[in-house]
Design a protein around this ligand. Sequence first.
Ligand code: NAD
Length: 517
Amino acid sequence: MTTTAPPTSRALPGPEEVADLARSAAQACGADLPAHQGDREGRSPVNGAVISRLAWTSPEDVDAAVEAARAAYLGWRTVPAPARGAVVKRWAQLLVEHQVDLATLVTLEAGKVTSEALGEVQEMIDICDLAVGLSRQLFGRTIASERPGHRLMETWHPLGVVGVISAFNFPVAVWSWNTALALVCGDPVVWKPSERTPLCALAAHGLLQRALEEGGYDASVAQVLLGGPEVGEALVAHPGVALVSATGSTRMGRAVGPVVAARFGRSLLELGGNNAAVVAPSADLGLATRGIVFSAAGTAGQRCTTMRRAIVHSSVVDELVERVAAAYRNLPVGDPSADGTLVGPLLDRRSFDAFTAALGAAVEAGGEVVVGGGRELTEAAPDAYYVRPAVVRMPAQAEVVHTETFAPILYVLSYETLEEAVALNNAVPQGLSSSIFTRDQAEAELFCSVVGSDCGIVNVNIGTSGAEIGGAFGGEKETGGGRESGSDAWRAYMRRATTTVNYSGELPLAQGVTFEV
Ligand code: NAD
């Protein structure tokens, strides 16, 4: 394996500096830290320092939270949707005011580089904008009735309490995608954030609480429950939670799905990905290189949409690998808050061990590590885990590439025909994001067609990550099938009533049935 010295722009911040910064950013957003004081230590991936000591909710407290949300629902569902939208509008203003504070916490708790952390908060603002517009557009259809003097229509009503479970790598945006829509749809939200990012959660929650309070609404419309999987489990099993929207690993979704189904609840699952880009012979290799490096190495490989496989035509694979490897050698790895850093730390030791183990398994399966794979900044930050993103050339049929390792490893496979490339793209159990780099329109169309990619996101001449809020976000197969954010994703947060109104004075039956009494 090859490693090079990291071009970090400055020394890592010290433990005190990081802890102070985190505390003041959280308080600026209105997080009530004294009220949540406890003995659960939270560490920053930036330098391994303890930055929070908070109390976790017990699974027993979940019941009280859900009951409070159910009580709040009775009032919230009757508030006109545009008035609910006004709360979301105010929330968006507060997010704009505190974008830097919240982004600072995203950097300190999740390790995202500054521009990506700001981008995460921008996504929150964007979903609020979308939800505010939607609050005046929650419409159903009027359908032609087969019976004279009848009106047939669909009405959309609030659903009830929405339980949101979120992952560490999008510690605030994913909650907001759910919450902005749920709120305008008339549903209260109980949030179980990742146990790794509690300050982000308290800060983000603090801003929404302020918007609710200023509007004079019940605080229980939005609640946050700090804690680990056992708190999530209690929320998932609670019969008072109408919709469970859970984002995280496929392992978590496998546990959550059956529990919600067994009580006939509704679930929206956003699980693991194993995303690929096809690079065709006609591709602009400069563009493809930039797209691949952002999607594969950005966020230190810790996005659900991270590109994990490049499926490259044999005629261009050597040149593409050379270009990507050259970019990887120069990637600034280091302090995520420093100017110019593009790759921050892995979350923790476990992520680093998974990275190392996956590289070992790849080599054993016949892979060749072209660049990266080593740990960096070990002396400066012995308790943090910085790595040089890796590129590994793999035999096309290797099984190891079917697993999602939440770290920056890009497997490169080569292909001869587009059919073979599509088959490789679709060969994994996950189905989140995919892309093709090509200047051949027929190839692009085929990749986007019914015989092309089987993923929920299909891009052309863009990497696999960085979706916009306006489209529905989510994926198929082991990614869980859920859709969040734009398009008609709002329907998951409402129930549909099909209503027939008879104003004819007669009682004609459907399908011409007669039943005279
Ligand atoms: P994780 O599955 O370890 O944890 C996610 C959340 O689920 C946490 O809040 C955790 O406490 C909770 N949880 C875990 N087990 C649970 C259970 N049995 N019942 C209820 N709650 C439970 O995931 P992570 O390490 O935080 O995040 C990384 C994973 O999330 C990756 O697999 C990534 O692909 C996925 N992810 C998917 C999307 C998407 O939109 N598809 C977005 C972000 C992350």
